[in-house]
Design a protein around this ligand. Structure first.
Ligand code: NAD
Length: 376
């Protein structure tokens, strides 16, 4: 089985779908690995590093020829996969909802496309979950970026010249990114509080030493839907949340928002008036910027100043930690494929009724087979 690793072509992409460690592990399984020349450069990995791990390197047509598996970070256009054998697996973050035409083209090309972002959220698949691994890094980087844009220190400092008070950090949305944002802000010495619609997060917030800020006494506020994700909240809940947040936010220096609802635009959590209530010099990092933003005035991919408050419309922060994000993404890919590896066939055996296969597989035998895509 030959595994091809592509060089990413998306603007701003720095990650690579393999690292020398995963190359060695795939070879230990019995595979051959071919890495496109320069694939690791932006993540600090040279062709020589890949070769030392046992891979061969070459141009795209050389790595694609005879490949049984193609690894990528972002889904390439099918035209850029010319020469890939029919039946080859294409595995990466294929963004199926926004790239429906590309999925159809994968089917026409006879590729078996597997969308890693549709990994089911089950215990068995935790080590394969690219959304978690990349969100974790994004949560960390959001706080580091906020600290960089903030004209004050995070920890309390008692100096001969007087005391510096600790920064107050508020995290809205306590999923994977939010939990890491809380942990990072705590490590940096800030006073941290956090909120979510899922009441299960209250204990997690407390266990990190932060203060939970929660809407109480509103009927039907469980907030947890399928797969541990949030549901859309009632008008009553939203009004109570807005009131609570208004009082709290005016006293905060840094706000990190991460609230997402699968398949829906990001919920609006902070209005322009609430931004105006913050002290000038405060910083908001909106990790939901690409899904429309949690903050009124967020511009995806830009940093804007509103009422003296900096609003960072963060997109794909994991890219700015290219070595770590490549390592975690690559291990997710390895953990996925190796879990299905059939030693005798020297290839993954993807059973049609396996929950992980059902969730991630988009195309097979020339057809689009994903039920989720059909429903969308
Ligand atoms: P996400 O990125 O979908 O959303 C981020 C957070 O925003 C969530 O905690 C959500 O509840 C919250 N949110 C949504 N609307 C909100 C609102 N109006 N106000 C405040 N907060 C709001 O979440 P995620 O990071 O993908 O994690 C979702 C859940 O899935 C978590 O419980 C996580 O532990 C779980 N998870 C499980 C696995 C697994 O078992 N394999 C893997 C990853 C995550």
């Amino acid at each position: 089985m030959k595994i091809a690793v592509l060089k990413e072509t998306a603007p701003g992409e720095t990650r690579c779908a393999a690292i020398p460690e995963t190359v060695k592990k795939f070879i230990a399984l019995g595979a051959d690995v071919a890495v496109e020349t320069g694939a690791g450069t932006a993540a600090g990995i040279t062709d020589a590093d890949f070769e030392a791990a046992g891979a061969i390197t070459g141009d795209r047509s050389a790595v694609l020829g005879d490949a049984g598996i193609i690894l990528c970070i972002n889904g390439p256009d099918a035209a850029d996969l010319a020469g890939a054998p029919a039946g080859a697996l294409l595995v990466g973050a294929l963004d199926p909802l926004r790239r429906r035409d590309a999925v159809d083209a994968y089917a026409r090309a006879g590729l078996q496309a597997l969308a890693m972002e549709w990994m089911p959220r089950i215990t068995r698949a935790q080590s394969m979950d690219i959304l978690s691994s990349q969100s974790n890094l994004a949560g960390y980087k959001a706080v580091v970026d906020a600290a960089g844009a903030f004209g004050r220190a995070f920890p309390m400092m008692m100096t001969a010249a007087g005391t510096v008070s600790p920064a107050r950090v508020f995290v809205m949305g306590v999923g994977v990114a939010g939990l890491q944002a809380i942990a990072t802000a705590k490590r940096m010495g800030a006073q941290v509080s956090a909120t979510d619609v899922r009441s299960a997060t209250k204990e997690q917030i407390q266990s990190l030493g932060a203060k939970p800020i929660f809407v109480e006494n509103v009927a039907g506020i469980e907030g947890e839907g399928q797969g541990g994700y949030a549901t859309e909240m009632s008008d009553e809940y939203r009004a109570a949340q807005a009131e609570l947040v208004s009082a709290h936010i005016a006293k905060q220096d840094i706000v990190v928002t991460t609230a997402l609802i699968p398949g829906r635009p990001a919920p609006r959590l902070i209005s322009d008036a609430q931004v105006a209530s913050m002290r000038p010099g405060s910083v908001i990092v909106d990790l939901a910027a690409e899904a429309g933003g949690n903050v009124e005035g967020t511009k995806a991919g830009e940093s804007v100043r509103q009422h003296g408050v900096t609003i960072i419309g963060a997109t794909n922060l994991a890219r700015s930690l290219s070595a770590d994000s490549s390592a975690l993404f690559s291990r997710n890919l390895y953990n996925f494929l190796s879990a299905f590896w059939d030693k005798d066939k020297n290839a993954p055996e993807l059973a049609d009724d396996d929950e992980i296969v059902v969730g991630t597989r988009l195309t097979k035998d020339g057809k689009v087979v994903s039920e989720r895509l059909a429903e969308a």
